[in-house]
Design a protein around this ligand. Structure first.
Ligand code: ADP
Ligand code: GLC
Length: 481
């Protein structure tokens, strides 16, 4: 049996702010249990719901040297769908209304604490991983600490690490002086071949340098991040680590996202009966959100963190024009205030055409995936993107920009060959996007049979974890040897 430990800052069902949580919550379930014992370790945030906390049991605690103090490290345990979860408890670091705060320095301290606590906890809980699979910058100090101090102890000497980049934009950067103080790492670590980048300390860089393998969440993103435009300053390093860098596209949990059994939607449907049944969800959503009651309106959904990454300035730019069309636009998201206000403004301006839902709701997201005709995701960059996979699964035709995982998972409609699962455009240009939306509208209104065949193909596309989980397993095997 090979032991794998996932270390991450969020994971479904315990805590979620974005796609990272979906991946951490679903991938371990799909890894073959005959050969691998995959467990997950997360922070125990006080903002987790009581229902989630009730699933956890206290296991043990100890004290750990960290940042000139003796810090309490509590360990809780839970079992969900056959996967064991551990939680690191420390209320000084993990309280607050949200998992992530705005004080960058504190975030760095918090996750440096988490990384050291994860490694320190292993002998205490009696789980000796062959591989620690680290996700994003919050866990990037694990490969560093492992080599720097823990390796000296026999318990750790054979542990390998994988660094998976879900979003290169976030790296955990701050001045070397303060990061050195916090982490306790020696000067030796803060050079340009290790944690230093552009005169600052960079935690993700440390993870990339010290991990035994580096992956990201789609093939195209794995190529893109080696370029200036997408490389976020680390493209040189990623080129240098090219041999150890792989793109493995994400899947989604096909049991959780299934229009036939979804407990959040009123009218279940499948690939056979969507022609009659799917529209009932549209009617229900129109009623719930006070939109015009009209089966024929081309309903476009957006479920997204409202940040620059998601291409929302393109939408803002052509929203007035788009709203002249026979469409409805339903938005669900939270994030930067200017985007929240932008959508609120258009909701006010175009009453029964636009519905801005500026909050977070799992239930509403499922209703939108089920009800809409199309799903818009014009991202500036997109490491993988899960929302378009959810849309495909619900027969909601994605309209995307050809970048990262969007390019790898949405096949553009080709009317001459009768191929494709969605619509896409190349350049980061608002009118190119609008042209593509209008092309989709035209097929929807004028060639309904063609449109339904796009849905047939979208719903037949397989983005369950099967294929990708296998690729991770191959990598685990190869690393363990
Ligand atoms: P990212 O991780 O960059 O935010 P992904 O497409 O990988 O993008 O994943 C986003 C996930 O978060 C999807 O599961 C999506 O449904 C969900 N999501 C985003 N915003 C909301 C919201 N306001 N309410 C509910 N779910 C949301
Ligand atoms: C990040 C990316 C998103 C990806 C998700 C899960 O949040 O922004 O594209 O799907 O991680 O890997």
């Amino acid at each position: 049996m090979k032991n794998i430990l996932f270390a991450a800052s969020e994971g479904v069902p315990f805590i979620k702010t974005g796609g990272l949580a979906d991946v951490v919550g679903s991938l371990p379930k799909e890894i073959d249990k005959r050969y691998f014992d995959v467990r997950v370790i997360l922070p125990k945030y006080t903002c987790m719901t009581q229902q989630m906390k009730d699933l956890m049991g206290y296991k043990t605690h100890f004290y750990m040297d960290f940042h000139w103090k003796e810090e309490y490290v509590g360990i809780f345990e839970a079992n969900v769908d056959g996967v064991t979860y551990y939680f690191i408890d420390n209320e000084h670091y993990f309280s607050g209304f949200k998992p992530y705060g705005d004080n960058v320095l504190f975030e760095i301290e918090k996750y440096a604490f988490f990384c050291k606590a994860v490694l320190s906890a292993l002998p205490v809980i009696g789980f000796q991983p062959n591989i620690i699979h680290c996700h994003d910058w919050q866990t990037a100090l694990i490969p560093v600490y492992l080599k720097e101090r823990f390796r000296a102890n026999g318990f750790y000497w054979n542990i390998k690490t994988i660094m998976t980049i879900h979003n290169l934009k976030f790296q955990g950067k701050w001045s070397i002086k303060e990061v050195r103080e916090i982490t306790g790492l020696a000067d030796y670590y803060f050079t340009s071949d290790k944690l230093e980048a552009y005169k600052d300390a960079n935690l993700l860089k440390g993870g990339i340098v010290f991990a035994d393998a580096v992956t990201t969440v789609s093939d195209t993103y794995a190529e893109e991040i080696k370029t200036d435009f997408y490389g976020e300053g680390l493209n040189g390093l990623l080129q240098a680590r090219n041999h150890d860098l792989r793109g493995i596209v994400n899947g989604i949990d096909y049991a959780e996202f299934n229009p036939k059994t979804d407990k959040y939607i009123e009218f279940p449907y499948d690939a056979v009966n969507f022609r009659k049944e799917k529209v009932k969800n549209k009617r229900a959503l129109q009623a719930e959100l006070s939109l015009a009651q009209d089966d024929k309106k081309f309903m476009i959904g957006i479920v997204s963190r409202l940040t620059d990454q998601k291409g929302l300035d393109l939408i803002a730019y052509v929203m007035d024009e788009l709203c002249q069309d026979n469409v409805q636009i339903v938005v669900l998201g939270t994030g930067e205030e200017r985007y929240e206000n932008m959508f609120r403004h258009f909701d006010w301006k175009y009453g029964d055409k636009v519905s801005a839902n500026i909050y977070y709701s799992e239930a509403m997201s499922h209703k939108i995936y089920a009800a809409c005709d199309a799903f818009l995701m014009p991202s500036l960059f997109e490491p993988c993107g899960l929302s378009q996979l959810m849309a495909l699964r619900y027969g909601t035709v994605p309209i995307v920009r050809e970048t990262g995982g969007l390019k790898d998972t949405v096949e553009p409609y080709n009317e001459y060959e009768s191929k494709g699962t969605g619509f896409s455009f190349t350049n980061y240009n608002a009118h190119e996007m609008l042209g593509t939306i209008r092309y989709a509208e035209q097929i929807y209104y004028d060639k309904k049979r063609e449109w339904n065949k796009i849905i047939d193909r979208a719903m037949a596309a397989d983005f369950s974890w099967k294929v990708s989980a296998n690729k991770y397993q191959e990598m685990y095997d190869w690393l363990i040897g």
